[in-house]
Design a protein around this ligand. Structure first.
Ligand SMILES: *[C@@H]1O[C@H](CO)[C@@H](O)[C@H](O)[C@H]1NC(C)=O
Ligand SMILES: *[C@@H]1O[C@H](CO)[C@@H](O)[C@H](O)[C@H]1NC(C)=O
Ligand SMILES: *[C@@H]1O[C@H](CO)[C@@H](O)[C@H](O)[C@H]1NC(C)=O
Ligand SMILES: *[C@@H]1O[C@H](CO)[C@@H](O)[C@H](O)[C@H]1NC(C)=O
Ligand SMILES: *[C@@H]1O[C@H](CO)[C@@H](O)[C@H](O)[C@H]1NC(C)=O
Ligand SMILES: *[C@@H]1O[C@H](CO)[C@@H](O)[C@H](O)[C@H]1NC(C)=O
Length: 347
């Protein structure tokens, strides 16, 4: 019975995808603003103005479609995104100088850091049950590995480290011990790597989840790198007032996506299904979604799509109960050989 339901959900997801293709918007924050860039047209839109406020990171809940924003002055707020209406933000929880934020879509929890208070905190999506997870020196940005259930975070220190932490805050391990002033980190589920920015050095680095194979993708010496996000093929990262885009593989040249007039802090790639699709474009993407079955059980679903030339060429979508079971071998080989037109079946 259970398997049948899983299959039904998977087919439904694939059908939806066959008629709607993918659009990507890049959201970012500056002093007093949250803005959106349409990556296709380059058009920039102001989503929220909060004059006099630093908003140093962004997180998104793909199920309920809210953008969560930590105001440096205290509160975490949220607003519905996307939305056609003028943004009306809502108060979520009061905090002490929040810096980093991440959303756990499996348990519907918000995690954030308070660098000066030295805390990693959590609450429910509605702001209830505020809990200290860990006391830590200057914790900065954090990111969640939703598949393996870890938190990764760094420190606002010259000689900081990158750590991996369990959700209960009890098991903490060093992943990298030479990180400096790290304000942007992103777990990459597909590549099983972490990507992060170092502020003063302007370095963009990555490492396997287990701490081996540290790579420096960019070392500009320009500095003031802050937020970043990834899709299957690219890293988008901020460096002072510009957002750069770079292919993930090493020795690539970054290109400027957008120049703002102010320092860019949070960077978040919003992936969704839309109709505005370029016929000549090839792309792949992954997102993580929570599904509720008929019995009211929650499941975490990793959905992966690849398109080539038309919207019907999806490659793979997988559904799982609790933990991801997507076939990475099949996905990777498709990714490396995009001539394949048939959808793969692997149930
Ligand atoms: C926004 O408005 C457009 C056109 O008026 C409509 O097609 C679209 O569905 C609306 N989107 C949302 C999220 O309400
Ligand atoms: C509140 O958090 C504690 C531990 O952090 C957990 O045991 C408890 O179930 C949570 N309660 C609610 C209502 O979320
Ligand atoms: C940092 O880690 C490397 C290997 O990961 C280790 O060889 C080195 O001793 C560590 N350095 C410090 C200062 O802990
Ligand atoms: C670390 O992870 C990578 C990728 O999964 C793997 O190839 C490597 O063997 C691992 N190294 C150690 C020391 O566990
Ligand atoms: C951003 O600014 C740089 C340097 O001033 C310039 O070379 C580049 O063309 C600009 N790019 C965009 C997309 O505006
Ligand atoms: C995953 O896909 C590969 C290539 O299509 C196939 O050889 C392999 O048997 C699949 N693995 C599982 C566990 O289904």
């Amino acid at each position: 019975m259970k398997e049948h339901k899983a299959l039904l959900v998977m087919i439904l997801v694939l059908r939806l995808c066959a008629v709607n293709c993918i659009e990507e918007k890049l959201l970012y924050s500056t002093f007093g603003y949250v803005k959106e860039i349409d990556l296709k047209s380059g058009e920039v839109k102001v989503l929220l103005i909060l004059a006099g406020n630093y908003m140093l990171s962004l997180a998104y809940d793909y199920d309920d479609r809210y953008l969560y924003i930590p105001k440096r002055s205290g509160d975490i707020i949220k607003f519905p995104y996307p939305s056609n209406q003028t943004v009306q933000f809502e108060f979520v929880v009061s905090t002490n100088g929040p810096l980093g934020i991440a959303f756990d879509s499996v348990n519907k929890h918000i995690y954030w850091t308070e660098d000066n208070k030295g805390k990693i905190m959590r609450c429910n999506a509605d702001g209830t049950n505020k809990t200290t997870i860990l006391d830590e020196r200057q914790p900065s940005a954090l990111s969640i590995d939703i598949e393996n259930r870890w938190i990764y975070y760094g420190q606002d220190l010259n000689n900081g480290k990158i750590y991996r932490l369990t959700f209960d805050g009890k098991d903490r391990r060093v992943i990298y011990n030479l990180s400096s002033n790290m304000y942007g980190i992103q777990v990459d589920v597909i590549d099983k790597r972490l990507y992060w920015n170092e502020y003063y050095t302007g370095a963009l680095k990555s490492v396997w989840y287990n701490g081996t194979d540290v790579q420096t993708l960019v070392n500009t010496n320009l500095g003031q790198n802050w937020g970043l996000d990834t899709n299957d093929d690219f890293v988008f990262y901020s460096s002072f007032n510009s957002i750069f885009k770079m292919a993930k593989s090493v020795e690539q040249t970054p290109t400027v996506v957008h120049n703002d007039t102010e320092q860019i802090y949070g960077v978040l790639l919003y992936k969704h299904q839309g109709k505005d699709y370029d016929e000549n474009e090839r792309m792949s993407y992954t997102y993580i979604k929570r599904v509720v079955d008929e019995e009211g059980n929650f499941h975490t679903s990793f959905v992966m799509f690849q398109f080539k030339s038309n919207c019907r060429n999806y490659q793979e979508a997988k559904y799982s109960t609790g933990k991801s079971i997507f076939n990475k071998t099949a996905y990777k080989s498709e990714k490396n050989n995009r001539k394949e037109e048939k959808p793969t079946q692997d149930v």
